[in-house]
Design a protein around this ligand. Structure first.
Ligand code: ADP
Ligand code: ZN
Length: 219
């Protein structure tokens, strides 16, 4: 099964993609995770994208194209993928279509998760990552805002560089202007199956809705 998970930053794509990857036994490819790993290991790619990401801007299409081609070609003998963070521009849609043609993926499903922008800003600016156990936590949910509620480690909660208010606003603006037109493009060209899910619900309910819809379209 080939799934593109789509939506604004903070709608819960990463969380749902991880759950689906386990349930459906398909690899999760997150371009954001790939790039963040490159930045922290200071690889050539990392050095090229570090500043762009810190500002919440988009990495150039040709560079992203190389990254994604390499990943998808490596996975070509597996039973599909869940792609999170790509395509994000119309040019990337063309590149992705080309890759799908070459690898004979003709049943790709686009799964869109929708959450209102006001809710996203709340979520992202309160989101923290535990450096110890890798959990994503919301600092509103924990009485002690410096201790990880999952593993109990003190002072382990860090904020992603691009989750500050200004950068979140920029990421949402870019999503609205550059990324979301992809949905109209796909609707007009009618070239893949599309599902829309309400992401403003408990994460288990969101997952439940996704599974229900996937069964209907991706058989
Ligand atoms: P989010 O969807 O929450 O903004 P991601 O983790 O998907 O975050 O991506 C983080 C950053 O990585 C983006 O703001 C952008 O700089 C870069 N990035 C990820 N995917 C792409 C892509 N397909 N094209 C260009 N830049 C990308
Ligand atoms: Zn933890």
């Amino acid at each position: 099964m080939e799934i593109v998970i789509f939506g604004a930053p903070g709608v819960g794509k990463g969380t749902q993609a991880k759950i689906l990857s386990e349930k459906l036994d398909i690899p999760h490819i997150s371009t954001g995770d790939i790039l963040r790993e490159a930045v922290s290991s200071k690889s050539e790619l990392g050095l090229q994208v570090q500043e762009i990401m810190a500002k919440g801007e988009l990495v150039p299409n040709d560079l992203m194209g190389k990254v994604i081609k390499e990943r998808l070609y490596k996975l070509k003998d597996q039973n599909g993928f869940i792609l999170d963070g790509y395509p994000r521009t119309i040019d990337q849609v063309y590149i992705f279509n080309q890759i799908c043609k070459e690898l004979n993926y003709d049943n790709v499903c686009l799964l869109e998760i929708q959450v209102p922008f006001e809710v996203i800003i709340e979520r992202l600016t309160k989101r923290r990552l535990c450096a110890e156990c890798n959990s994503i936590v919301n600092v509103d949910d924990s009485k002690d805002r410096t201790t990880c509620p999952k593993c109990g480690t003190k002072n382990s909660l860090i904020q992603r560089d691009d989750d500050s208010f200004d950068v979140v606003s920029n990421r949402l603006k870019i999503y609205k202007e550059i990324t979301s037109p992809i949905l109209d493009f796909y609707r007009e060209n009618n070239c893949l199956k599309m599902i829309t899910i309400n992401g403003q619900q408990d994460l288990n309910k969101v997952n439940h809705d996704i599974m229900n819809e996937l069964v209907k379209v991706c058989v």
